[in-house]
Design a protein around this ligand. Structure first.
Ligand SMILES: [Zn+2]
Length: 282
């Protein structure tokens, strides 16, 4: 994997867009196929324009069978024995990054790891200078985590892009699509949150690079141990210009009871929770 990022910062927030173009709708429908029980799958597939048996087999192979296998494979990449734990820049996180990078390349994407350890996989499509659709989730976990929290969003998007690649449509996308596996969302190691995505959004304070874990290793030091150098200048370069971003989609396991209670396989959210860690001295 290469290690460069060519996006220059200008603003700090991404624009929201309605999901309306055919390509993106197709991509989204691929995602959702993964979550829909298999007895529903033939109905969905037959409603698309890809109705031959070989393509149906490919839908099943890539969007369900392989995706599920990969979820279980990544679920074994842990720093702990007997349960799942992958914290920022831990040995298991580095292994997971390599596995995810290889899967991205297998899907026909150009890959790189940025200076905060985020893993990127991008295809430019027909119009490389168009605003890109970003798709992502986090590769780190909480302690004793579930299999799907984070990896679901990464693996489902890789599977969707792999399907487009295998059906010769990845080069015909009207805008770039980029998958990002964020290096940190949970904030377990440094008691911070969103180290990876905050850097991309341009809202990570430079002072965070000097925050230490319980063993006295700083964020900067943890990255350096894995040959990733970060300083104020390189952190600023990680920020994506919102003018280069068309939208962002994240597929995530539901962390509440609503879908289960209503018996629905998938839902679209109108907002998400934020996280803050505060230290209070009494
Ligand atoms: Zn999550």
């Amino acid at each position: 994997m290469a290690s460069s990022c060519s996006y220059l910062p200008k603003h700090s927030s991404f624009q929201n867009h309605s999901i309306s173009t055919n390509n993106v709708t197709s991509i989204l429908s691929f995602f959702f196929l993964i979550f829909i029980p298999i007895h529903v799958l033939p109905v969905i597939v037959s409603s698309t324009s890809y109705q031959d048996g070989a393509t149906n087999d490919l839908f099943f192979e890539l969007l369900k069978k392989e995706a599920v296998e990969r979820l279980y494979e990544l679920g074994k990449v842990s720093d702990a024995h007997g349960y799942l734990e992958r914290t920022f820049q831990s040995p298991a996180s580095v292994t997971a990054s390599k596995v995810i990078g290889a899967w991205m390349e297998d899907a026909g994407l150009r890959t790189w790891v940025d200076n905060m350890g985020n893993v990127h996989g991008r295809c430019d499509g027909l119009n490389p200078s168009e605003k890109a659709l970003l798709i992502g989730s986090h590769l780190d976990t909480v302690i004793d985590a579930g299999l799907f929290d984070g990896p679901l969003g990464i693996i489902s998007s890789i599977s969707a892009m792999k399907l487009l690649n295998r059906t010769d449509r990845i080069t015909k996308l009207r805008r770039p699509v980029e998958i990002i596996a964020f290096s940190d969302e949970e904030g377990v190691r440094f008691q911070t949150t969103f180290l990876g995505s905050a850097a991309i959004a341009g809202v990570l304070p430079v002072s965070t690079l000097d925050v230490h874990d319980k063993n006295g290793v700083s964020v900067k030091g943890a990255l350096r141990q894995n040959s990733l150098e970060i300083d104020e200048e390189s952190l600023l370069l990680l920020k994506y210009d919102p003018e280069s971003v068309w939208g962002y989609i994240e597929v995530h396991i539901e962390q509440g009871p609503v879908l289960e209670a209503t018996g629905l396989p998938v839902g679209l959210v109108e907002g998400i929770a934020g996280q803050a860690r505060l230290k209070v001295t009494m």
